[in-house]
Design a protein around this ligand. Structure first.
Ligand code: HEM
Length: 260
C-alpha cells in the first residue's frame, strides 16, 4: 500500500427526522466517490448509541490529490450537489495519517494458522524438494543445495502467511531471499514447473483443500514465482534494499475461510 494514502473522517450530527434522507443522499453521492480515481474506498457509519451521529471515512490516494485534483473534478461537483445541504451538520472534517499501529485481530485466522502451522509448511517443502531434485527441468538448479534449503523456504512461506517472523529475524529477510535468485536466469518453463510441483506437493502434504485457502495459496505462488523470475533475470543488487519489507499474504477476495 502506498504510504501517501490518507484517511479523511467527516463526523455529522443529523436530526433523527432527516437521517433517512441523509443516508439516501450519501448513497447517491457515493457514485461520485466510486468513479473518482483519487478515492481508494469509503464507508458511512451510523452511531449505535447516538443514532444522530454519523462518520464518513474516505481513503484518498493522498491529501493533496483529494484537496487539489478531486476538488477540481466533475466528480466533486456531482458529490457536492448531493451532500452540500449537510455541510452545516459537520462536526469534524480532517485528514488522518497512519501511525504504524494497525493490524488484524484473531476473528479471521491467518493462512498460517488455517494451514496447521509450521509443521504443515515443513511437510510441504519436504514433499516439494523431493520432486524438484528428480525433475528434468529443475533438478540442475536444486540438486546441490544443502538440505536446510527446504526448511528455509518453509519458514519463508510460513512468515508470509502470518506465522512467526523467523525468516526475517534469523535468515536475512526479504533482501536475502531476493539475492538468492539474482542471476539464476529462471525460464518461464521452469517457473511453471515449480508452480505445478508445489501444487502437487500441497496435495501430498495435505494442506487444506478448501476453495478459500487454495485460491489464496495459488495467488501467492503465482505472485512469488513471477517475482523470482524478475529477480533472477532483470534485477540487480540495488533492487534488493535491506529495508524491503516481507510480503504479507492474506485471504484475498474470499476474506477468510468459509463459515456456514
Ligand atoms: C513463491 C515462489 C518462491 C519462493 C517463496 C521462493 C523462496 C526461496 C527462498 C526463501 C530461498 C532462500 C532460501 C534460504 O534462505 O536458504 C530461495 C532460494 C532459491 N530459489 Fe526460490 N522461491 C520461489 C520461486 C523460485 C523459483 C520459481 C525458482 C526456480 C525455478 C527458484 C529457485 C531457487 C533457487 C535455485 C534457490 C537457491 C539459491 C542458492 O542458495 O544458491 N525459486 N527461494
Amino acid at each position: 500500500m502506498s504510504s501517501s494514502r490518507t484517511v479523511e473522517y467527516i463526523r455529522y450530527t443529523v436530526a433523527a427526522d432527516g437521517a433517512e434522507e441523509f443516508i439516501a443522499a450519501y448513497a447517491r453521492a457515493a457514485e461520485s466517490l466510486a468513479a473518482s480515481p483519487q478515492c481508494v474506498d469509503y464507508e458511512l457509519r451510523r452511531c449505535e448509541e447516538e443514532p444522530e451521529s454519523f462518520i464518513l471515512r474516505i481513503t484518498w490516494t493522498s491529501t493533496r490529490e483529494h484537496m487539489e485534483t478531486f476538488r477540481a473534478s466533475a466528480e466533486f461537483r456531482a458529490f457536492f450537489a448531493e451532500v452540500g445541504p449537510y455541510v452545516k451538520d459537520i462536526a469534524e472534517m480532517r485528514h488522518y495519517a497512519p501511525t504504524g499501529v494497525a493490524g488484524q485481530g484473531a476473528a479471521v485466522p491467518s493462512l498460517y494458522a488455517w494451514a496447521g502451522g509450521a509443521k504443515s509448511f515443513e511437510r510441504l517443502t519436504e514433499a516439494f524438494y523431493a520432486k524438484v531434485v528428480a525433475d528434468d527441468l529443475l533438478g540442475g538448479l536444486f540438486r546441490d543445495l544443502p538440505h536446510e534449503h527446504a526448511g528455509h523456504v518453509a519458514l519463508w512461506i510460513a512468515e508470509v502467511f502470518g506465522g512467526p517472523k523467523t525468516y526475517s529475524e534469523e535468515l536475512g529477510g526479504h533482501r536475502h531471499m531476493a539475492l538468492k535468485h539474482l542471476g539464476k536466469h529462471i525460464t518461464e518453463a521452469q517457473r511453471r514447473r515449480w508452480v505445478n510441483l508445489l501444487l502437487d506437493a500441497a496435495d501430498e502434504a495435505e494442506l487444506p483443500g478448501d476453495p478459500e485457502f487454495r485460491s489464496a495459496f495459488v495467488a501467492y505462488v503465482e505472485w512469488g514465482t513471477r517475482m523470482a523470475l524478475y529477480y533472477s533475470n532483470d534485477a540487480s543488487d540495488e533492487d534488493c534494499p535491506p529495508d524491503q519489507p516481507m510480503p504479507a499474504w492474506g485471504w484475498g477476495v474470499p476474506g477468510g475461510p468459509y463459515r456456514p
